[in-house]
Design a protein around this ligand. Structure first.
Ligand code: ZN
Length: 167
Protein backbone atom coordinates (compact mmCIF):
# COMPACT_ATOMS: atom_id res chain seq x y z
CA UNK A 1 0.00 0.00 0.00
CA UNK A 2 1.22 3.47 -0.90
CA UNK A 3 0.40 5.95 1.84
CA UNK A 4 -1.48 9.07 0.78
CA UNK A 5 -0.77 12.47 2.22
CA UNK A 6 -3.07 15.47 2.16
CA UNK A 7 -0.38 17.42 0.28
CA UNK A 8 -0.12 14.71 -2.38
CA UNK A 9 -3.88 14.77 -2.82
CA UNK A 10 -4.04 18.57 -3.10
CA UNK A 11 -1.25 18.51 -5.69
CA UNK A 12 -3.03 15.76 -7.66
CA UNK A 13 -6.15 17.79 -8.39
CA UNK A 14 -6.25 18.57 -12.11
CA UNK A 15 -9.42 20.60 -12.62
CA UNK A 16 -9.59 23.29 -9.97
CA UNK A 17 -7.68 26.29 -8.71
CA UNK A 18 -5.03 26.25 -6.00
CA UNK A 19 -7.55 28.04 -3.76
CA UNK A 20 -10.01 25.21 -4.29
CA UNK A 21 -7.42 22.61 -3.34
CA UNK A 22 -6.59 24.55 -0.17
CA UNK A 23 -10.26 24.65 0.83
CA UNK A 24 -10.97 20.97 0.23
CA UNK A 25 -11.59 18.74 3.22
CA UNK A 26 -9.69 15.45 3.26
CA UNK A 27 -10.83 13.01 5.92
CA UNK A 28 -8.83 10.26 7.59
CA UNK A 29 -10.82 7.67 5.67
CA UNK A 30 -9.49 9.10 2.42
CA UNK A 31 -5.90 9.19 3.68
CA UNK A 32 -6.23 5.57 4.78
CA UNK A 33 -7.36 4.35 1.38
CA UNK A 34 -5.22 1.80 -0.41
CA UNK A 35 -5.44 2.91 -4.04
CA UNK A 36 -3.71 -0.30 -5.08
CA UNK A 37 -6.79 -2.17 -3.86
CA UNK A 38 -9.62 0.01 -5.21
CA UNK A 39 -10.17 1.82 -8.49
CA UNK A 40 -10.81 5.17 -6.79
CA UNK A 41 -11.86 6.83 -3.59
CA UNK A 42 -14.63 9.40 -3.72
CA UNK A 43 -16.03 11.66 -1.05
CA UNK A 44 -18.27 14.65 -0.53
CA UNK A 45 -16.85 17.80 0.96
CA UNK A 46 -18.59 18.13 4.35
CA UNK A 47 -18.26 21.93 4.19
CA UNK A 48 -19.51 22.21 0.59
CA UNK A 49 -22.14 19.50 0.10
CA UNK A 50 -22.54 20.05 -3.63
CA UNK A 51 -18.87 19.36 -4.10
CA UNK A 52 -17.31 15.92 -4.31
CA UNK A 53 -13.91 14.54 -5.16
CA UNK A 54 -12.72 11.48 -7.01
CA UNK A 55 -9.15 10.35 -6.52
CA UNK A 56 -7.51 7.58 -8.49
CA UNK A 57 -4.25 6.42 -9.94
CA UNK A 58 -4.55 7.32 -13.62
CA UNK A 59 -1.73 6.28 -15.95
CA UNK A 60 0.17 5.45 -12.74
CA UNK A 61 -0.11 9.03 -11.48
CA UNK A 62 -2.19 10.06 -8.48
CA UNK A 63 -4.96 12.12 -10.08
CA UNK A 64 -7.93 13.88 -8.50
CA UNK A 65 -10.91 15.69 -9.93
CA UNK A 66 -13.50 17.96 -8.37
CA UNK A 67 -17.11 17.07 -9.16
CA UNK A 68 -20.01 19.46 -8.77
CA UNK A 69 -23.48 18.10 -8.34
CA UNK A 70 -25.68 19.51 -11.05
CA UNK A 71 -28.59 21.42 -9.56
CA UNK A 72 -32.17 21.42 -10.73
CA UNK A 73 -34.31 18.63 -12.02
CA UNK A 74 -33.94 16.60 -8.86
CA UNK A 75 -32.76 13.04 -8.92
CA UNK A 76 -35.99 11.20 -8.24
CA UNK A 77 -35.85 9.13 -11.36
CA UNK A 78 -34.19 6.13 -12.81
CA UNK A 79 -30.56 6.64 -13.63
CA UNK A 80 -27.49 4.51 -14.11
CA UNK A 81 -24.09 5.22 -12.63
CA UNK A 82 -21.70 5.62 -15.55
CA UNK A 83 -18.85 4.12 -13.56
CA UNK A 84 -20.21 1.01 -11.84
CA UNK A 85 -23.37 0.76 -13.96
CA UNK A 86 -25.70 0.27 -11.03
CA UNK A 87 -29.17 1.50 -11.90
CA UNK A 88 -31.35 3.11 -9.25
CA UNK A 89 -35.03 3.83 -9.58
CA UNK A 90 -35.38 6.58 -7.01
CA UNK A 91 -32.35 8.80 -6.88
CA UNK A 92 -29.06 7.70 -5.34
CA UNK A 93 -27.40 8.53 -8.65
CA UNK A 94 -26.71 12.18 -9.46
CA UNK A 95 -25.45 14.08 -12.42
CA UNK A 96 -22.05 15.58 -11.67
CA UNK A 97 -20.10 18.07 -13.73
CA UNK A 98 -16.33 17.94 -13.79
CA UNK A 99 -14.63 21.01 -15.15
CA UNK A 100 -12.09 19.97 -17.75
CA UNK A 101 -8.43 20.47 -16.95
CA UNK A 102 -6.40 23.34 -18.36
CA UNK A 103 -7.51 25.99 -20.81
CA UNK A 104 -10.69 24.16 -21.84
CA UNK A 105 -11.91 24.19 -18.25
CA UNK A 106 -11.04 27.85 -17.77
CA UNK A 107 -13.22 28.56 -20.80
CA UNK A 108 -16.11 26.75 -19.15
CA UNK A 109 -15.91 23.31 -20.71
CA UNK A 110 -16.95 20.46 -18.44
CA UNK A 111 -17.73 16.77 -18.57
CA UNK A 112 -21.04 15.59 -17.15
CA UNK A 113 -21.54 12.10 -15.84
CA UNK A 114 -23.91 10.16 -13.60
CA UNK A 115 -22.22 8.72 -10.52
CA UNK A 116 -23.55 6.96 -7.42
CA UNK A 117 -24.18 9.52 -4.69
CA UNK A 118 -22.27 7.46 -2.16
CA UNK A 119 -19.27 7.37 -4.53
CA UNK A 120 -18.76 3.79 -3.39
CA UNK A 121 -18.65 2.21 -6.84
CA UNK A 122 -15.59 0.04 -6.05
CA UNK A 123 -17.51 -1.50 -3.13
CA UNK A 124 -20.73 -1.87 -5.10
CA UNK A 125 -18.88 -3.48 -7.98
CA UNK A 126 -17.54 -6.17 -5.66
CA UNK A 127 -20.90 -6.71 -4.00
CA UNK A 128 -22.92 -9.83 -4.61
CA UNK A 129 -26.09 -8.29 -3.22
CA UNK A 130 -28.33 -5.39 -4.13
CA UNK A 131 -26.52 -2.41 -2.61
CA UNK A 132 -29.55 -0.33 -1.70
CA UNK A 133 -33.31 -0.78 -1.48
CA UNK A 134 -33.73 1.60 -4.41
CA UNK A 135 -31.22 -0.16 -6.62
CA UNK A 136 -32.98 -1.78 -9.51
CA UNK A 137 -30.10 -3.52 -11.16
CA UNK A 138 -26.86 -4.73 -9.74
CA UNK A 139 -24.51 -4.44 -12.67
CA UNK A 140 -23.08 -7.38 -14.47
CA UNK A 141 -24.22 -9.87 -11.87
CA UNK A 142 -23.07 -13.26 -13.02
CA UNK A 143 -19.78 -11.95 -14.31
CA UNK A 144 -16.74 -12.84 -12.23
CA UNK A 145 -15.78 -10.04 -9.85
CA UNK A 146 -12.44 -9.48 -11.56
CA UNK A 147 -14.21 -8.79 -14.86
CA UNK A 148 -16.59 -6.34 -13.18
CA UNK A 149 -13.62 -4.63 -11.54
CA UNK A 150 -11.78 -4.45 -14.87
CA UNK A 151 -14.82 -2.78 -16.42
CA UNK A 152 -14.96 -0.21 -13.63
CA UNK A 153 -11.24 0.48 -14.04
CA UNK A 154 -11.70 1.05 -17.77
CA UNK A 155 -14.62 3.43 -17.25
CA UNK A 156 -12.87 5.40 -14.51
CA UNK A 157 -9.81 5.81 -16.74
CA UNK A 158 -11.97 6.92 -19.66
CA UNK A 159 -13.68 9.50 -17.46
CA UNK A 160 -10.35 10.82 -16.17
CA UNK A 161 -8.99 10.98 -19.70
CA UNK A 162 -11.98 13.03 -20.83
CA UNK A 163 -11.46 15.49 -17.95
CA UNK A 164 -7.73 15.75 -18.58
CA UNK A 165 -7.89 16.23 -22.32
CA UNK A 166 -6.98 19.81 -23.06
CA UNK A 167 -8.47 21.48 -26.11
ZN1 ZN B 1 -21.50 3.77 -9.16
Amino acid sequence: MTALSADDIRRSMINCSKGDTKRMTIGDGVLGTDLDAVEFVGWHDPKMPARAYLLTRHDDVLTGVVLRAATGGGNRRTAMCALCRTTYTNGDVSLYAARRAGAAGREGSSVGTYICDDLACPVTTRSEVVPSPTAKVVPDVGLPVDERVAGLRTRVDAFLASVRRDG
